[in-house]
Design a protein around this ligand. Sequence first.
Ligand code: GLN
Length: 493
Amino acid sequence: MTQTDLTRLTATEIAGLVAAGETSAVEVTQAHLDRIAAVDDRVNAFLHVDGEGALAAARAVDARRAAGEELGPLAGVPVAVKDVLTTKGVPTTVGSKILQGWRPPYDSTIVRRLREAGTVMLGKTNMDEFAMGSSTEYSAYGPTHNPWDLSRIPGGSGGGSAAALAAYEAPLAIGSDTGGSIRQPGAVTGTVGAKPTYGGTSRYGLVAFSSSLDTPGPCARTVLDAALLHEVIGGHDPRDSTSIPQPVPDVVAAARRGATGDLTGVRLGIVSEFTGEGAEPGVLAAFRESVDTLTKLGAEIVEVSCPNFKYALPAYYLIAPSECSSNLARFDGVRFGLRVGDDGNRSLEEVMSLTREAGFGPEVKRRLMIGTYALSSGYYDAYYGQAQKVRTLISRDFAAAFERVDALISPTTPFVAFPIGARTADPYQMYLADLFTIPTNLYGGPGISVPCGLSDGLPVGLQVMAPTMADDRMYRVAAALESAVGTFTPPAL
Ligand code: GLN
């Protein structure tokens, strides 16, 4: 098999070939490192490539196989990790200047589990600074380019992970989703992105943005690959106090079941608030076609109203900034990364202030100011408190909907990948990218984006939202749709 062929395989196929001895983990890893070397100057999906570490991990897998050891389902498969997760000894910047040069002394739980499963970490992927953004343009290290059209954004904040998949630089990737940062990049790059139930994947070692919303999760080119990765990284972690002490829902079995293309007896709700205003006609057309396809697969479609979803965006933009204004207080120039102006004459406060002034980009500063304001005495009830009440109402909308249907569906994003620079002037235009994904985060349930069609040659994603800890349901529906519409291949780079 040629190197190019190896980079076109799914994770499932790679693991099968490695286990059968038909290729080696080293060979697969080298093929992906070479692909990165060939295309990443144009894509900029990676902030750091750990070639040596990857080859060492691959050699270890090959040695275990040679010794006759049983390998896990993803052993030998390369994976790209969003730069929001700590990696022992490997730079972790969160897309920010403030952490430039920081090498964490420990692995996040997700990364530890990836290593234990024998996956091969290729490196760390580009992202909007502190995961705040929808286009990866707010990275302090330059934007990532969408492999479908290099002049367009790959979504965000996890645009690097999604672009790495679409550019065949990695067959698997990890993202984190606070308001849509796994699903929206998945949608606009024609890849699969799943946000697990909040607490279903560990936040230990995930650099915090908004702790009550942040959810790490799997990204892949197929639903089954995402499910396999989900199973490897998910499950209870005593190091995360919000981790759910229950087994991972059986997402792999659900993906396999879905792939048979039979959705008989499954009731899917269309969120009526999400199919009109605000979405591009091409996106709505692809969505409607998918609804027809799902019907043909046997699903029963009903319309459900979630009247409070229209308040999700404003509520999110109070809750997330509030939490980040507290979380980001730890970046003070004392403990991690950048330290500015410490010339021996300045006070500690001045050094902190200069460090934060130089280290944070404009979007992060905007969020810190909004959050600090929303939490300030006299405004707390009117802003943060009110937003929390809206959050409860949105959860009730979900609960009521799930009394009637097994899962909800919508377009993942209102628009396809937009040109780089098109939405940076007006923050609200950028925030709209997550119109359809944010309610799920406020509720805490799982959501997945699966490619469902093209609009003007650019990918469109369909979102499936399920009740908390029913992640398996969304995999089943997504895999069924995938079995009918297939996967989407970008033009050659
Ligand atoms: N785009 C949203 C924001 O800017 C969501 C980001 C995310 O999920 N990390 O906050």
